[in-house]
Structures are given as structure tokens and as C-alpha cells.
Ligand binder design. Sequence first.
Ligand SMILES: Cc1cc2nc3c(=O)[nH]c(=O)nc-3n(C[C@H](O)[C@H](O)[C@H](O)COP(=O)(O)O)c2cc1C
Ligand code: SF4
Ligand code: FES
Length: 553
Amino acid sequence: MKRTRGKKGRVEGRTTPHKSLADIRQILGDAPRTRDMLIENLHKIQDHYHHISNRHILALSIDMSLPMAEVYETATFYHHFDVLKENETPPPSKTVRVCDSLTCEMFGAKTLLQQLESENIDDVRIQAVPCVGRCHAAPVAVVGTNPIETADTTKVKTAIDNNAFEDSEPDCISFVEYKKNGGYQLLVDCVEGKFERENIISLLEDSNLRGLGGAGFPTGRKWRILSEQPKPKMVAINIDEGEPGTFKDRVYLEQDPHRFIEGTLIAHWATDADKIYIYLRDEYAGCRKALEKELELLKQDPPCELPEIFLRRGAGAYICGEESAMIESIEGKRGMPRLRPPYVAQVGLFGHPTLEQNMESMHWIRDIISNGPEWFSNNGRHDRKGLRSFSVSGRVQKPGVHLAPAGITMQELVDEYCGGMLEGHDFYGYFPGGASGGILPASLANIPLDFDTLQPYGCFIGSAAIVVLSDKDSAKQMALNAMRFFEDESCGQCTPCRVGTAKAVKLMEKDDWDQALLEELSTAMVDASICGLGQAAPNPLRCAMKYFPEEFK
Ligand SMILES: Cc1cc2nc3c(=O)[nH]c(=O)nc-3n(C[C@H](O)[C@H](O)[C@H](O)COP(=O)(O)O)c2cc1C
Ligand code: SF4
Ligand code: FES
């Protein structure tokens, strides 16, 4: 903006736009104006106007007493905020988002996008977006917030014609039902002293439960570390679920939200923490409605004294699933991962020690404590322990979330849980851990799938998102899809990741890959990126070169 000095030495162009400020104040009502509420408040403006203009940014910065640059840089970081430049025309008020990540590309997302664009539907914008967490029903389009599974042009247009722009609330086990079936009794027993904190932590250690968000850190050990930290302490629950191919958290959330809430409250008690923050990805609008309602019911009829519980809404940024980026985002900032040490267990949310856990990790707490640690650890195959929720998508008969023993092999999973391959498709390969976890060929379908078992092959299980490829698919093409995703989602903070992903995409778009250069680039990204996104980004590309050489002839 051009700045000129006025008569009284004030900066013109930055004077208070009274009308915009009044509008913003009306939209925000009595919502808190603290720094950490910036993203929540930006959502309110985006929801109201379907975009955020410069005058809103200025008005919000005045209303929240924040520098305009900070509001602007935060708003422009997140894909779900349409920030307009000066004199830019607002986008249409309705958006249809078409997922073009791995499984959806395999099931025709590109064609769907082209068809929808050629329809020129009035006042509707068509956007390609990364995985929306419904890969079992690819391709997926989201009309407003209404997800359309196995989408085609007719289904999308019908939703638009019927004004069906809102996601519906899932039919989950309600607070009353959950309580009726013994829910929250375990929490009450903990709080009332029937268990010692130490016993519960030891029991969790014995169960061999490992964090199910991707890194597989032992949950009991994490609770112990946190229990030894000074107060105040925070609990932060990660339901960002952005890894392409992953949808298990959504499925559990849609079925039984109180199970993870009770697990979280037990974690809060066991670590003697203070407040709880739940971070839910914006794509799960129906779950958000259900969670808001169920949390309210719980607060109205608390089984015991409850801590403050805050539900925070993501804004379309995969990197916010990384634990320190999620903390930055909850604090109302851009989701840029922090350098470690210090670890979030020491210096986390608002500078306090923080127990950060994936939602599914908390989903199992009640069963593990009630049934004993062996209930969980006695499961497992091929010398592995525990259960894993595999989000399976791709060329199988029965895609979906399959709860199976840790260490099951891919072949066993396809045969025993997925009903075999789709008619006319031969098993060719698989992503064992979403876009970041690499790609393995069918000839390596007998490796136990678990934390630690896939590293020797240049892969990892991560959030157990399995994408099954057939002879109709190309590992090379899928690796390019994954790299485009990382390029779009890199937070840009470090050069090897920001430049490396962009450069890799350019090289991979050519028919003839410069494999030596790509390998060099991969090494730089793995060695010099500061977070898991940049470190894992080369996995699919390296695997494509290593395991699918016939595609390069
Ligand atoms: C790029 C990136 C994205 C991640 N996304 C998620 C996510 O969406 N959900 C999640 O629970 N963990 C995610 N993680 C893992 C978290 O950093 C963290 O390990 C996890 O939330 C800890 O909880 P857990 O121990 O219960 O798994 C991600 C990690 C990276 C590097
Ligand atoms: S590795 Fe990539 S996503 Fe992670 S901090 Fe660096 S630039 Fe950001
Ligand atoms: S919903 Fe499209 S890949 Fe996940």
C-alpha cells in the first residue's frame, strides 16, 4: 500500500476504516480477541464473506491489537483463507473442491476436474485440493463443506442444484449412550483415587501402545516424561489427519467421539496437566459440529471436575499436523515447525510442557486400561505387538479402515481384510504409510507392516495409510503426485525443502528422469530439512527409481 504523510504526520491509507471495523466487530461479536484466536476469527470472516479482503485484515488487526503484517502473513499461510489483494475480484461464493491426491488421481480426479471446469457452473469455483480424508471412496469432491464420495459430474451438480453445501453431522454414539454403557466411569475412578497415576502410566508402558499419528513414540513413556515436567502443562490432541491416504481418525470420530475424549481426560489426569486443546482439520466439518455438540453435553453434565477444553479449527495446511507446527497454529500463527530442542514436551503450547497425542492414540486408552495391557499387546503377528488401524484405499475390493494385528503383511491384509484385488487388477505395489512413507513393489508384500520394520527398505508405516496400486497404475506417476503435494504443502521455512520439492517436481515432470540429480537432491532434502515433511518427501521418488526400474526403460 502506498504510504503518504498527511498534514498531521499520520500515515494515510492506514487510518481506521470505520465501516470495516464495525462490520468485523459485528461478525466477531463477543469472541475473544486474544492472539491465539486469530485463526478462529479469520474463519469467521472467511465464512461470512467467502473471502478476506485487505480492509478486513486491517480492521481485524486494529480490533485484535495486532500488527497488520502478522494478520496478513497468518491469513495467507492457510489454504482455506481467500485473501484478496487490493482491487482483486472476490472469488465465487461457492467452492467445489476436488481431491487430486494419490487415490483420487488413480480413480479419475483429473477427468472430473476437467469436466466440472468445462461446465462453467454459475457462481461456483472449482479447485483441486489435497486429500480430504475419504480415500476409500475416491474420487471425492467437496461441495461447500459437503463431501461427495465416488463423485462424478452428475452427483456434484445435483448437490449444487439442491443447495446441499453443508456437511451433515455423523450419527455417532452420543454422550448419553456412551455414559449408559459405562463411559467415563474409568475417568471417575482415576480422579477419585481408585488408581495411582504411576500404575496407569506403567500399565500403558506394558501395553506397548505407540503413537498412532506417525512417529510411533511409546505413549506410556511420553506420559511419564510429561508427568515429570513442572506445571502448568498442556494436552494437545492432533486430529489434523492430512497425510494423503489417511482417514482412520475421522472414522473413529464419526463413530464414537467420547472414547478419545475420555482417553484425553485420563491423559490429562495422569500427567497432572492443566488445559486441553483439540486441533481438528477444517475438512471435517460434520465432525466439528458433532464434537462441538458432544463437548457441550459433557460440560453440562460433567462426570467429574473437568479442565478447560478448547476445540480449534485447522485451516487447510498439511504441515500443521507436525507437532510443533500444530502448536504454532493453535497459538494463532503460521504453522511453521519449530527447531528442536527444546521438545514440545518441555516447551510447547504457550511455552508450557505439552503432551501432544494423535486422536487415535487416545481412542484406545479406555480399552487398554479396562481390559489390561495384554488386551492390546497380545495382538500382533510376525513378532510384532499391538493393533493397527489401516486406512486402506486403492485397487482392492473392500477399502476402508481395517483394524488388524501390527506386523500383518500387505499380502495378508489384502487377502484377509480387503477381499482381494478389484476385478481385472493385478497387485503391483503399495504405499505403506501415505504419501510420505514410500512405495513398495508387490514382490515385497511379505514384510511385516509396523513401526521400525520398513526403514531398511527406505519406507515407513507412519499413520498406516495403505494405497494399493495395480498393473493399471504407475509408481512413477504416483511419486510425482506425492512430490507435487509436498511442494504445495512445504511451509517454505528451509531451503532444501522449499526449493528441493519444487525442483524435484520439475525434474519428475519430464519423461526421462535425471536419476543422478534427483538422488543428489533427495540426499540434500533428507540431510538438511528441519522437519519430517522435507525429510520424507524424497521417499516415493527414491522408491520408484529403486523398485520399479521397468518404468524407466
Ligand atoms: C509433516 C508431518 C505431518 C504430520 N501430520 C500428523 C497428523 O495429521 N496427525 C497426527 O496425529 N500426527 C501427525 N504427525 C505426527 C506428529 O508430529 C506427532 O508425532 C503426533 O501428533 C504425536 O502423537 P502420537 O504420539 O499419539 O502419534 C505429522 C508429522 C509430520 C512430520
Ligand atoms: S522441512 Fe519443509 S515443511 Fe518442514 S520446516 Fe522445512 S520447509 Fe517447512
Ligand atoms: S480423499 Fe482423495 S486421496 Fe484421500
